[in-house]
Ligand binder design. Structure first.
Ligand code: HEM
Length: 316
């Protein structure tokens, strides 16, 4: 779906949107809250009052939520993490192919099990969704969609939580402001984090099917266009003082960013990512008011569409 054009894209998006509904996302809120509470409790039990936020919170939360949504709580997370890292940030073409070759039959098995025993979850719905014209996803499309849903929101959400925390640490005044009115400011803070440091820096490469003018530049037919979403968030023609991290910005009319893309491929998971962000930051900051950075970062990764921290060491 991510790489297809209309009418193929329209068809797939319509089918998945029938299953990935706002009601399904909203119903996940209590579960996301419970998982976040449990992870923060476990993290705060560390006697040395130190943790890596990626391992302690961002990664397990992300995996638990997506598995719950899809209805595959028994996913082999260690194996999947290896495949997923290799597919989204390949160490080499051969290794990436090998990861896909293992992930696809594994997911095929999960889909077969779900087909045999359907439940109230997204994967069951995707298997059984039929539109007005009697259309449904083929087996290959189902596999590809399950892999996309597992991967699309994986690196991006982990990166979002890590970049958001880093932005707060780098701006103590905004950090203090947010803590002073978590309920009132968390929504704006999440939007500002997405604008200030886009978790997905570039959209997948696009090819111009006809000549087009963009921002006064001529793009000939056939040219490859790489849209840098992160730069769009720092555009001085769009945002006042774009380099300033200001969690009240959305309240001042400076709305809108491209962190979730734009147009037909606009992120399907945006409502879920926003919900996770609001719950995580509200919970983490209210339960851990002295949270701060613990020394240097633990190295960076460079993926297909994003770069980010492998570790975010914190103390409290
Ligand atoms: C903060 C977290 C996230 C960010 C920043 C993000 C960002 C994006 C962006 C920029 C695109 C559009 C790429 C393009 O122009 O082609 C996209 C597409 C997509 N995202 Fe997300 N995403 C996030 C979380 C999620 C989650 C949690 C899910 C699912 C559970 C998800 C599922 C998808 C899917 C399926 C698409 C493809 C949509 C299509 O091609 O029609 N994303 N995302």
């Amino acid at each position: 779906m991510l790489l297809s054009d209309p009418p193929d894209h329209t068809r797939l998006r319509r089918l998945v949107a029938r299953a990935f509904t706002p009601r399904r996302v909203a119903a996940l809120a209590p579960h996301i809250q419970d998982v976040t509470d449990a992870l923060v409790t476990a993290m705060l039990a560390a006697e040395d009052r130190r943790a890596d936020l990626v391992e302690a919170l961002a990664y397990p939360l992300r995996m638990t939520v997506i598995c719950e949504l899809l209805g595959i709580p028994d996913l082999d997370r260690d194996a999947f993490r290896g495949w997923s890292d290799e597919i989204t940030a390949p160490t080499g073409a051969e290794a990436a192919r090998a990861a896909q070759a293992e992930a696809v039959p594994y997911l095929g098995g999960l889909i077969a099990a779900k087909r045999a025993a359907p439940a109230d979850d997204l994967l069951s719905d995707l298997i059984h969704t039929v539109d007005e014209g009697g259309d449904r996803m083929s087996e290959d499309e189902l596999l590809s969609m399950a892999l996309l849903l597992l991967l699309a929101g994986h690196e991006s959400t982990v990166n979002f939580l890590c970049k958001g925390v880093r932005a707060l640490f780098a701006h103590p005044d905004q950090f203090a402001l947010l803590r002073s009115d978590l309920d009132g400011l968390v929504e704006g803070a999440v939007e500002e984090m997405l604008r200030y440091d886009a978790p997905v820096e570039t959209a997948p490469p696009r090819v111009a099917v006809e000549p087009v003018e963009i921002g006064g530049r001529h793009v000939p037919a056939g040219a490859v266009v790489l849209i840098v979403l992160g730069d769009a968030g720092r555009d001085p023609a769009r945002f006042t003082a774009p380099g300033r991290f200001d969690i009240r910005r959305t309240g001042t009319g400076d709305r809108g960013h491209l962190a979730f893309g734009h147009g037909v491929h606009y992120c399907l998971g945006a409502p879920l990512a926003r919900l996770e962000g609001r719950i995580v930051f509200r919970t983490l900051l209210s339960r851990c008011p002295t949270l701060g950075p613990d020394g240097r970062s633990g190295g960076r990764f460079s993926g297909l569409f994003a770069q980010g921290e492998r570790k975010v060491p914190v103390r409290w």
